[in-house]
Write a protein that binds this ligand. Structure first.
Ligand code: ZN
Length: 81
């Protein structure tokens, strides 16, 4: 686990991702689920699109960098958190 996928990156060259709210550095993985109407999937069945995000394990906040731009712009996600 000392290498990240890709070319030789030393962990010393990385910076910590911190929670925007509490500064915590431990995150849990979570999912934002987006429902797609049957009209859009083309299968006649509604679909679910999972978007992986990381949740601060201390305060439950999701940094905006993990949320796709379109959802941020709508303010949808922020309202639900
Ligand atoms: Zn936090």
């Amino acid at each position: 686990m000392d290498k990240l996928g890709g070319p030789q990156i030393s962990l010393q060259d990385t910076t910590a991702v911190k929670c925007e709210k509490c500064g915590g550095e431990i995150f849990e993985s979570g999912m934002i689920l987006r429902e797609v109407s049957a009209l859009m999937t083309g299968t006649g069945q509604p679909g679910i699109i999972p978007i992986p995000v990381f949740i601060c394990s201390k305060c439950g906040h999701v940094n905006s960098q993990f949320i796709p731009q379109e959802l941020r712009d709508n303010g949808i996600v922020e309202a639900q958190l």
